[in-house]
Design a protein around this ligand. Structure first.
Ligand SMILES: [Zn+2]
Length: 253
């Protein structure tokens, strides 16, 4: 099973899936590990409650979670946990919110931008540590939920082609997610995590560098040393280039 914070991110993502939007969940924890903000993506749908974006292209889980934090102060001891590798906007938002760490579970070979973080003099004052993807079931579920959304809503979208090329082993898990009963978000969450214990028909995915993942680890712990520190990565392909093409509406979360 994923650790408690990872599980909460995945439950939030699952709630997004059940609500018909891109399934991404985000949680902010403080120095003690206490959850101080928890949100899900709301690009497609309404938003009960104030102070929450919904129904727009920037209503990402990370943005809504970070919007819960006050303007004042810096938070080098806070961590933003996300079920999926953040996009360029959300990586930047984590930096601008003065967090110390960003941890994502699943790689996103399409719009993930964890390695495109660029420093400014301001951001140099608070180096943002970025960890991810997480090996094992938590990372696989984070990525597969995202792929499942595309398979269900826009199977011809560029995002599907990118996943087929870079993470083909993820398709089996994504298809099994689609088969789950999503009519009751709470009850079906158990089914989602049962996929973790079912006989593996998938591999955990690829690392952010595109290297083959040697396989799930029982603990679901972050992969040691697999992190970025905000340095430009000229070797990584621009992953958001397809957003302006057909299916772009599904290319955001
Ligand atoms: Zn984002």
């Amino acid at each position: 099973m994923p650790d408690p914070i990872a599980a909460r991110c995945l439950r939030l993502a699952w709630q997004g899936w059940c609500a018909g939007t891109l399934p991404v969940g985000a949680v902010v924890t403080d120095a003690t590990g206490t959850v101080v903000a928890a949100e899900r993506g709301r690009m497609f749908g309404s938003a009960p409650g104030a102070g929450r974006l919904a129904g727009c292209a920037i209503a990402h889980a990370e943005i809504n979670a970070l919007a819960r934090l006050p303007t004042e102060g810096r938070r080098p001891d806070h961590t933003l946990h996300v079920s999926l590798e953040p996009c360029l906007m959300c990586v930047g938002a984590a930096g601008m919110t003065a967090l110390g760490r960003l941890r994502f579970l699943g790689a996103d070979p399409y719009a993930g931008a964890s390695r495109h973080f660029r420093r400014t003099p301001y951001l140099d004052e608070l180096p943002l540590r970025v960890d991810g993807p997480v090996r094992g079931t938590a990372g696989a579920l984070g990525s597969a939920l995202h792929l499942a959304y595309y398979l269900r809503t826009a199977p011809e979208a560029p995002a599907v082609a990118v996943h087929r090329r870079t993470m083909p082993e993820l398709f089996d898990l994504a298809r099994r997610i689609i088969e789950l009963d999503s009519r009751d978000p709470d009850a079906a969450t158990a089914g989602l995590f049962d996929l973790c214990t079912a006989p593996a028909r998938h591999r955990a995915g690829q690392t952010a560098t595109g290297e083959p993942d040697p396989g799930p680890r029982a603990t679901g712990e972050p992969e040691p040393g697999r992190q970025t520190t905000g340095e430009p990565d000229p070797g990584r392909r621009a992953t958001d280039g397809g957003r302006g093409s057909a299916g772009a509406e599904a290319g955001r979360r």
